[in-house]
Design a protein around this ligand. Structure first.
Ligand SMILES: [Zn+2]
Length: 157
């Protein structure tokens, strides 16, 4: 999947998590100076997402996020950044942006992780290669898909 790489500034943490759910490689610039944001975006060829007009003007590539609310912000990024598709993809860890990989079949569940918080048997599980967090299709992803359908309805622009 070839989506653009993104870098969200400190004010856009919820947007960054959602974009990771869509499979976008999204760095969250928590506590970074504007200089660091501009430099890292250039080094890693990332599009800067920011509400700050001056920062947007300094970056090589930027989307100035105008909407105050998450639905409007997501809609704007989907419209303006090629390759961002409004569907859940198990590609990126929403916590740390690490790459997800399918869990090996037969991997025993970690101790203390059985019960309601575990996927039903036979569910495909994805694991973050960086922090080890696990992901699978469930009620949470169903909620996210429902939100996306409401927020980014075709022809709603
Ligand atoms: Zn992770």
């Amino acid at each position: 999947m070839a989506t653009d790489r993104l870098l969200a500034d400190e004010m856009l943490g919820r947007l960054a998590r959602y974009l990771r759910m869509l499979g976008c490689d999204t760095v969250y610039a928590r506590g970074w100076s504007d200089e660091e944001i501009v430099r890292r975006a250039r080094e890693e060829a990332r599009i800067v997402l920011t509400r700050d007009r001056q920062l947007a003007a300094r970056a090589d590539r930027a989307v100035r996020v105008l909407a105050p609310d998450l639905p409007g912000q997501l809609r704007q990024v989907v419209e303006q950044v090629p390759g961002v598709r409004p569907d859940v993809a198990f590609v990126r860890c929403t916590l740390c942006n690490g790459p997800l990989r399918p869990e090996e079949p037969g991997t025993p569940a970690p101790a203390g992780s059985t019960g309601p918080g575990r996927p039903p048997p036979g569910t495909r599980v994805f694991v973050c290669g960086a922090c080890g967090h696990q992901y699978w299709e469930g009620s949470h992803t169903a909620d996210v898909r429902r939100h996306l359908a409401e927020w980014i309805a075709p022809g709603s622009t």
